[in-house]
Design a protein. Structure first.
Length: 618
């Protein structure tokens, strides 16, 4: 059979698989919403450098070209880009991201493709968040791609030549899901107890909200393990990954998103994760599972009982509770930083952004550097902003980063990209307003950095054998199974009701109640699922009310949960027990093991010299 007689195939090129991403950013945090990772042109208003790749076409023919992309502000098309395809003497160049729709397949034209190399280039036109998921070549005249296929994993696997089922990635004593501070602490503590550990993180770096992608300082209880893993290098990276890589029984899977779990009766037996690059799916089996995702993902996937939103005041006797329960929760935040350049820094007009920011012109609440937030920022004109909130007896203005928050009334599992995009529009519009209102004063003002990764707020929380409440914390209730202490104020973010303020990207109010400033006990019964017998939880989604969670959520506190769950998981494996069984029959032994972990400061012994120098200064 000759080359021309062979059937013209369908060819899928995932954008995340481009050989050279150029200045485009691999965006995978919304894969569960829109079906796949994608490339994002996050240029802060300056077009990013081209992404490119080459594919080998086996069969020459006439192809229709489709691009799955999103016009993220359909009325204005700020994220426009070009797809350029070159095959022998044939070339196609098409402007995309201007189709007036969210994620969908946009036609890019037709192309006569020769057998051999086909060069694809993504050329950004605006620097304002253009986004490309995939390029699809279909035989000329074939039906348009079916949009529901966006999340059809089997369809994508088949066209990418991937196995139909997840590949066995091994069996572990402990599987930790979530690479934030609490997950790193859990994995490191479990490994040091001799357990074989898998740590699954959907980000390229460890640390979660403390990582250099976001940059928060881990507040709350400052234990020895937290101090060890949260040392930063000059670029803001945490020491967590180096420490875990030094542990012979620990395996770290970066950029792997957990999307399924398998249960046998009341136990999880395995979880499935997909790699952001390449799309390979893995299955990891385990004896014990620790959910440190911050979003209770294993609870959602395994059907565990969870809590969501605000409990009514009379349910737990909480003074800050609403009269009736509702779904309000802490929203997501974007961190950012501006600077004064050495020369004028023009900025394009952004009517699509000022639709959200209106006339707001106050850039207070910046991240100064990773690990140091709550910085001031420029403001301009007779700014109509909500006033800065004041704390303490001196009524000092507090330029808090978390004033930039949105999504408190939305489903955080299905609207994360919209929440992030709304905050981006608010920041771009506010920046443009500052420059426009006082053009001479702010001629050199430029955006230095905006995080494209949302600092996640509040999602679902586990229901354990005890639900910690505001009353438990405030009254220092005694618990026989208390293994650890947490610390910190009640940090309650209050959202505007819908339509109450034009500046819905800012908090309405912020309650910072330091109570008696003393540590409080967290019972072990809050650190495991009430109905999935080998599932523990560490971090802000442990078994707490919304109000208790406003203090428990601090990352230093989560590190303590990580230590306690690691000890619990190891002891369950050694004794063939469940977490509930440890409370009922082995509590003294569990307390002793947690005591060994919390009393032992490893003195940064696993850190390379450059980290040790930083640790000595911390």
């Amino acid at each position: 059979m000759s080359q021309k007689d062979r059937s013209t195939p369908t060819i899928l090129i995932e954008a995340e698989d481009f050989r050279d991403h150029g200045g485009w950013t691999l965006e995978s945090q919304f894969s569960h919403e829109m079906g796949s990772p994608y490339l994002l042109a996050h240029g802060l208003g300056r077009p990013v450098t081209d992404a490119s790749t080459t594919v080998e076409v086996e069969v020459a023919g006439d192809y229709d070209v489709w691009v799955r992309c999103s016009d993220w502000v359909p009325s204005h098309h700020p994220g426009r880009f070009q797809l350029v395809l070159e095959s022998a003497d044939s070339r196609l160049e098409k402007e995309l991201g201007n189709h007036g729709s969210g994620w969908s397949w946009q036609p890019a034209g037709s192309l006569a493709v020769a057998a051999g190399p086909l060069v694809l280039t993504l050329h950004d036109l605006t620097g304002f968040e253009g986004r490309c998921d995939a390029v699809l070549l279909t035989p000329a005249g074939a039906p348009a791609p079916d949009e529901p296929l966006r999340g059809d994993a089997a369809w994508r696997r088949r066209l990418r030549g991937l196995p139909p089922e997840p590949v066995d990635a091994g069996t572990f004593d402990v599987v930790v899901v979530g690479g934030g501070v609490s997950g790193c602490a859990a994995a490191l503590a479990a490994a040091r107890l001799g357990q074989t550990v898998a740590l699954l993180s959907d980000r390229p770096v460890l640390g979660g909200n403390a990582s250099n992608e976001i940059g928060l300082m881990p507040r709350g209880t400052q234990g020895a393990l937290l101090r060890e893993l949260s040392v930063r290098d000059a670029s803001g990276n945490l020491a967590a990954q180096s420490l875990l890589e030094a542990e012979p029984t620990a395996t770290v899977f970066l950029e792997h998103r957990v999307f399924a779990s398998q249960r046998e009766g009341a136990r999880i037996v395995s979880v499935d994760a997909v790699a952001a690059r390449g799309g390979q799916e893995l299955r990891l089996r385990g004896s014990m599972f620790i959910d440190a995702s911050g979003i209770a993902i294993l609870g959602v996937l395994s059907g565990a009982a969870t809590l969501f939103g605000r409990e009514a005041k009379d349910e737990f006797g909480e003074s800050y509770g609403p009269d009736e329960a509702d779904d309000m929760h802490h929203g997501n935040t974007l961190f950012f930083r501006t600077r004064m350049a050495d020369e004028p820094a023009p900025f394009p007009e952004v009517p699509w952004a000022t639709e959200v920011s209106k006339d707001y012109a106050n850039l207070s609440g910046q991240l100064i550097r990773p690990g140091l937030d709550n910085g001031p920022g420029p403001s301009a004109g007779a700014n109509p902003s909500t006033p800065e909130f004041r704390f303490g007896s001196g009524a000092d203005v507090f330029p808090a980063t978390h004033f930039w928050e949105y999504g408190q009334w939305l489903d955080p599992y299905t609207t994360g990209e919209h929440i992030r995009d709304h905050l981006m529009r608010a920041l771009y519009g506010t920046f443009a307003n500052v420059k426009a209102l006082e053009p001479e004063r702010y001629a050199n003002l430029e955006l230095e950095w905006i995080a494209h990764v949302s600092a996640k707020g509040e999602f679902r929380r586990y229901r354990g054998d005890h639900v910690l409440s505001e009353v438990d914390i405030r009254e220092h209730v005694h618990f026989d199974d208390a293994l650890i202490e947490n610390n910190g104020a009640f940090c309650i973010h209050c959202a505007f009701e819908e339509g109450e303020s034009p500046y819905d990207f800012r908090l309405k109010d912020w309650i910072w109640d330091e109570r008696d400033k003393k540590p409080y006990a967290v019972p072990f019964r809050c650190l495991y699922s009430a109905d999935v017998e080998n599932l523990l939880a560490a971090g802000k989604h442990i078994s707490v009310t919304h109000l208790a969670g406003s203090s428990v959520k601090f990352m230093g506190n989560g590190a303590q949960h990580g230590v306690a769950t690691a000890a619990g998981a190891a002891l369950c494996n050694d004794l063939g027990e469940t977490p509930r069984g440890l409370v009922e029959r082995h509590l003294d032994r569990l307390k002793a093991l947690v005591g060994e972990l919390t009393d032992c400061d490893h003195d940064h012994h696993s850190l390379p010299p450059e980290w040790q120098e930083e640790a000595g200064e911390a």
